[in-house]
Ligand binder design. Structure first.
Ligand SMILES: C[S@@+](CC[C@H](N)C(=O)[O-])C[C@H]1O[C@@H](n2cnc3c(N)ncnc32)[C@H](O)[C@@H]1O
Length: 282
């Protein structure tokens, strides 16, 4: 079985049972979070929202998360592409009249320079190789267009946590031991949930997320270098969800202060964030 087939099985099942709609990233607070990231990046990077949002292509669109995010901040035109028909059926039921099509993001049928924004969310880890998707995004974007990729699992984070888990050191303050074991389970053992719930071979899930299961996530430095090599002029990174953030959920102000501090450290705090998003400008 190949990665595409495994994705169709996993996402076909999640869409049919309705369970995909319970994914944490679809919660309204995350929709709002991603909207805020877009508005912030438009301002900081001097991107004109009207231009950028005029013509969007969404890769691995699933049930329409990016459409939901962008439709209320000025999106003019949108096409979503996905290889799982059941995900697109849910998308069409949620957003009447939305333009979504079956297709493989690694080889698109669109002409050069058609779009001003190419997006994907929770998607890159489902590919064997990200290069063809980056090349297609670059080819189909107009000059000055933006390629956005969100919720990318950060390999530096997983490797760092793995090392911490193996450590024999005892620290004066080590209050986040419980979150360490929780993170380790969700990172390295999530196939077992599928087995218990659906009787699905955990190997199929592993096959559907090769960047997570084979490489522990994606390397921010490698992705930035690749985007530059392909021709993008700037790559702006937005880190997302730091280690221990869940513990501060009830204390919003403290949670935000820590987030802003860590994000302001740039590469120094890179391994503290579970995910990152990037905006690459053509
Ligand atoms: C985790 S889901 C994310 C869906 C949506 N972007 C979201 O944030 O909810 C990943 C999606 O990528 C799709 N997918 C995987 N490989 C693909 C490919 N090569 N081309 C197009 N879609 C693909 C899957 O069918 C699935 O719907």
């Amino acid at each position: 079985m190949d990665t595409i087939k495994a994705n169709q099985i996993v996402h076909g099942l999640l869409a049919k049972t309705g369970d995909y709609e319970n994914s944490p990233h679809l919660l309204p607070e995350n929709v709002q979070h991603v909207r805020t990231v877009f508005l912030d990046i438009f301002k900081r990077a001097g991107i004109q929202p009207n231009y950028c949002l005029s013509n969007c292509l969404d890769l691995g669109c699933g049930t329409g998360f990016m459409y939901e995010v962008l439709k209320d901040i000025g999106l003019k035109s949108y096409i979503g592409i996905d290889i799982t028909a059941e995900m697109l059926s849910v998308c069409k039921r949620k957003f009447l009249g939305v333009d979504v099509r079956i297709g493989d993001a690694t080889c698109l049928s669109f002409s050069d320079k058609e779009f001003t924004l190419v997006t994907n969310y929770s998607f890159l880890d489902h590919l064997d190789n990200v290069r063809p998707v980056f090349e297609e995004a670059f080819r189909t974007l107009k000059d000055g267009g933006v390629f956005y990729s969100g919720l990318i699992p950060n390999a530096d984070f997983s490797i760092n946590l793995h090392r911490a888990n193996e450590s024999h050191c005892e620290f004066i303050q080590d209050s986040l031991r419980t979150s360490l074991s929780r993170e380790m389970d969700s990172m390295f053992d999530n196939g077992s949930i599928y087995k218990d719930k659906y009787g699905m071979d955990p190997g199929i899930l592993q096959l559907a997320e090769p960047q997570k299961t084979l490489h522990f996530g994606l390397s921010l430095d490698d992705l930035s270098a690749l985007l530059k090599e392909i021709g993008f002029s700037r790559v702006i990174v937005s880190p997302n969800w730091y280690y221990g953030q869940r513990e501060l959920k009830g204390e919003y102000t403290r949670m935000k202060i820590v987030e802003e501090y860590l994000a302001s450290c740039g590469s120094v705090s890179q391994q503290m964030f579970k995910y990152f998003d990037f905006f690459a400008i053509k």
